[in-house]
Structures are given as C-alpha cells and as structure tokens.
Write a protein that binds this ligand. Sequence first.
Ligand code: PLP
Length: 392
Amino acid sequence: MSGDGDDTKLVRGGRRPEWTRGIVNPPVWRASTILFDSVAQMRAAYPPEDGRLHYGRNGTPTQWALAEALTELEPGAAGTRLFPSGVAAVTTALLSVLKSDDELLMADSVYAPTRAFCDTVLQRMGVSTRYYDPLAGAGIAELIGPATRAIFMESPGSLTFEVQDVPAICAVARERGLVTLLDNTWATPRLFPAIAAGIDLSILACTKYVVGHSDAMLGSVTSTAPHWPALCETSRMLGQHVSPDDAWLGSRGLRTLGVRLRQHGASALRIARWLAEQPQVARVLHPALPGGPGHDIWQRDFKGASGLFAFVLRGGGEAERARLIDGLKHFGIGYSWGGFESLALPIDPQRVRTIRQPDAEGPMVRLHIGLEDPEDLIADLAAALAAYPHQN
Ligand SMILES: Cc1ncc(COP(=O)(O)O)c(C=O)c1O
C-alpha cells in the first residue's frame, strides 16, 4: 500500500480478500472456540498471531483488518494492537514499557484518567511519575535522570491544547535510550503520522474519530518493531480483547475518517475564529490559531486540525457558565468527542495541573464541533453568549 495517498489508505486498508471474501467492509466474524481438523493442526496454530485463527481472544479477520488498516496509516510501524477503550490502550502501552523503580516523564496536559493511572496503579508498582511542561521541547533533556525509562506525550494536550515538539523530544529520547509514547487521539495518524515523527508507541482512543459516531468504545496502540513483542505479550497477558462488533464499527468509521476530519476541522476553525472576536470570550485555545501555545509547531508538523478546542470566558463563574452551556440548542452536554454531533463541556484543568496552569480570565468551555451546518452552531453560540454577563 506504500505510495497510496492518505485517503486511499483509509479506504483500502486491511481489506485482504482472504478476510473479506469479496464483502466490501470486513464482516463480523464472531468466535470463542475455533475448531481444528487435528491435534497437529491445532499445534501448528501456535503461537497466536494476526492472520491465523487460534482462539477468540486472539481475534478473527474482523479485528485483524482494523489493526492492519491502522498500521498502514503509520509509515515505519510493525503492527497494531486493539483495546476495548482508549484508556485500556494507554495503560497497557505504559505497562509494556515500565517496571518497578522506573521513572516516567508525563506531560502535565495529559488526559486526566491517564494521570490518575500514573498516580495510583503505577505508583503502587513502584514506578514514579514526573510531570513536565508540555512546551518543554528539547529542554526535556534536563529532566532525564538515571531511572527515567519513558516519555509520554499528548499533543495537543487535553483541555488546553498545547502542541508538543514531538520530533525534538523523540530525538532526545533516542539519544538517551528512552521509549516514547504519544496519545495521538486529537490528530489521528491521518493528520499526524506519529511513528514517522519518531514515536515508538502511537496510541489512539478510537472511540473518538475512528469510530466517529459515538456508538462504540475502542482503543489502539501502533508500535515500532523493537517494542512490538512486549506490547503483544502485555496485552495478551492482561487478556485485552475487542469485540468483533466494535472492531467492525471501527473499520466502518475508518473509511470516512479523511472526509469527516476535513469537515470537523474546517467548521471548528471557522467557529474558533468567530469566537475569538466575541467580547465575552477572553481567549480561544485552538492549535491552528496564531498565538496559541505551540501553534508554530502545529503548522510545521500537522496536516490539518480536528474539531476539538476550548475557549476561556471573560469573567463570570460556575453558575454563569452552566447557564451558557444549558442554553445551547445544538450542542449536547456529555463526555467524549469525535462523533458527528457537537458537544459542549465545562472544563477546569486548573484542578489537576501541577506544572503549567492555563491563563484563565474566567471559566473554560470545551467544544467538539460536529457535522452540523456551522452557521447553525454560530447562531446558537451567539444567542448563548448574548445572555452572558458582559465584562469589558
Ligand atoms: C485524549 C484522550 N485520550 C484517551 C481517552 C480515553 O478514551 P476512551 O474514552 O475510549 O477510554 C480520551 C477520552 O476522552 C481522550 O480524550
């Protein structure tokens, strides 16, 4: 498939004729027991690997097809493992590289449940976590000590959208023999092929843009060759498995990822620019807007922007923010993002950050811009903002 364009890879990936038998989208193969003709054939199916039926937990062509399609999006990758959620992908990737007495460098802007895992399970295992400024870039070298084993990035960061200098951090890590992991959920490999940028383990909450319709939970980790055996072993030992129905929804969503991301990205940027001009809005946190943290790096490294960003209100408090969000007609109030429907969420990154606090003149709101007409969304936001206590 090398040489194919990005959208062509999304359409063609993983659809091997021996898995699809001519059916366009790889169908659902459900299984626990798989029957063999003989003991010899059963023994020959060991060790389990994608492409060879062995036992349900090791997958069927439905899961293999999605994993292969995701691998093809990451030039330089050895393979992809699927997980029942984005959090399961993050935690298993971390467990595959860390052991007791190791230190992990973790971006301060990381998704809060990733942080919680470090501060609970990893801490109990004897792994210490040191949080770092997501804008550290090559300066991360100063934080590396004798016990440091891995650097985890998330770019742009959750809630505050700092864009990290992934190539610079990876160059330092390679020089010092450290493993690099990236939560690449915001961009997906369609907008940022992470392995080509130097990342060892590229993680997606496929629940968001890959599935794309808010109706399934799914995660993935795509790995380079040196880290692939440990990733496979750890996920097998933990019994990680994805239902073929959910993998099928992932494959189905993947085919339209390119066109959906273009629409999410264009509408979100239009709305972000409009919001930046409203007197009730103190600042908009969107990687594609000049002046934002890491905007120049986004411009250098990314092929586009997706639909998730945040804004800071000028003044007001919890009650005013809640009224503003409650008053929106076209934005659902709920967790997650990446689906076709727009969502609004009150966010308070200050509560969890320990290294880099956001500049916040007032309460913050995160928006996911869906596939509705952007004019409808702007009209909705305009009406809600008009009722917001206006402070100059
Ligand atoms: C950046 C990021 N990573 C990981 C996750 C976790 O994904 P899941 O909800 O599928 O566990 C989320 C969920 O919101 C997320 O925003």
